[in-house]
Design a protein. Structure first.
Length: 366
């Protein structure tokens, strides 16, 4: 089913301070993920792979890194004469109102040729074909269709939904449920514009409108998604989601043969492994030089692991230098960190520690 009649919208959520220091100088969507990607790549690629040709991204204030990453959209085949990629940076310190952001782009929404809107939020790691959602939405005649997944009742990462046997959503704020919203929804563009225009002085966020108007007057349906999806709101969730990629089953679910995850291309030489290297169960990106030990870890582009150094159960971002005989375990290193020789840093699986960007000494470990 062709989805060129659908306008894709990705809203970059506010910085909730639970991912500092990774979000000190960037928004969450721009955080590196999985040795060569950024978090935004997964939802954006899902839209492109579903043949959505007009995508708008609403950003927060800390958007320089994200805008640099997205560029003109060429790496996602969105550098087009008609439609393509549109970025709407926040122009206010009060960036907690997605309704305000959407309303400020009303001229763009009015002029877009698409009849439907697919609204997604930015904290998901997934690879979704949105065409079945679109097909069900057209068939059901609902005002809004929300994508959800089955979950454990004590899993509060996803918003609880009350859904009946006919996929009708009865409550978007129930206390206990085995169904969780993915904050992915589809509706007619005109309905989207109408809800924003009529409620911009009443509610702060679009989800608040749906919560208050479910059943009366809105007819909201649910669409179950059974594929892989991970939601990231904390540093621990970020660490766990990255480390899960070392499981071949997860890799197969997320990186599908016919649905590539696109990202900004960079020309780097292949990784170099010396005779001193010892690498096991790890993701090593291009441009790395490995002269030490890397076990159960994820290394981004251009990392240099010097002789005798040991990295275990850790995430090391771009252009870090790990000095001779330095040791890492259960750590997250932001970009361009320099570890001096013989430095030792130890976190835990339950509480991985983070070294901020461009740090050079261990006193910055949180």
């Amino acid at each position: 089913m062709v989805m060129n009649n659908v306008l894709g919208i990705i809203y970059i959520a506010n910085d909730n301070n639970t991912m500092h220091p990774l979000t000190n100088h960037r928004c969450q969507s721009s955080i590196p993920f999985g040795s060569r990607y950024r978090m935004i790549d997964f939802v954006l690629s899902s839209m492109v792979n579903s043949n959505i040709q007009n995508v708008s991204i609403f950003t927060t204030l800390k958007n320089r890194s994200l805008i640099d990453h997205l560029g003109d959209g060429n790496d996602w085949d969105l550098d087009r004469k008609q439609d393509g990629l549109f970025i709407f940076p926040s122009d206010s310190s009060e960036n907690s109102r997605d309704i305000t952001s959407f309303y400020s782009a009303m001229d763009y929404l009015d002029k877009s040729s698409q009849e439907y809107v697919l609204l997604c939020y930015d904290s998901l790691i997934t690879n979704i074909d949105f065409r079945p959602l679109y097909k069900q939405h057209l068939k059901s005649g609902a005002d809004v269709t929300i994508m959800y997944k089955d979950k454990e009742r004590n899993n509060h990462l996803f918003r609880n939904l009350e859904i009946d046997d006919f996929h009708n959503i009865k409550n978007l704020q129930t206390k206990d449920s085995k169904f969780g919203s993915l904050d992915i929804m589809m509706l007619k563009k005109q309905k989207f514009i109408e809800l924003i225009t009529n409620n911009r002085h009443i509610y702060r966020n679009f989800n608040d409108i749906l919560r208050e108007q479910v059943n009366n007057p809105l007819n909201i349906k649910g669409f179950r998604y059974d594929g892989y999806v991970n939601k990231i709101n904390t540093t621990k969730q970020y660490y766990d989601s990255n480390m899960s990629l070392l499981n071949p089953k997860v890799m197969k679910q997320l990186f599908k043969e016919n649905n590539e995850i696109h990202t900004k291309l960079k020309d780097e030489p292949p990784a170099k492994f010396t005779s001193n290297s010892n690498v096991k169960n790890s993701l090593i990106a291009n441009g790395c030089i490995i002269d030490g030990e890397v076990i159960n870890s994820i290394l981004f582009r251009g990392v240099h692991v010097k002789k005798g150094a040991s990295i275990k159960n850790s995430i090391v971002m771009q252009k870090c230098i790990i000095g001779e005989f330095a040791q890492l375990d259960n750590m997250v290193l932001d970009k361009e960190v320099i570890l001096l020789p013989y430095d030792k840093f130890q976190g835990s699986e339950q509480s991985p520690k983070v070294i901020p960007k461009k740090s050079a000494v261990g006193t910055y470990v949180n």
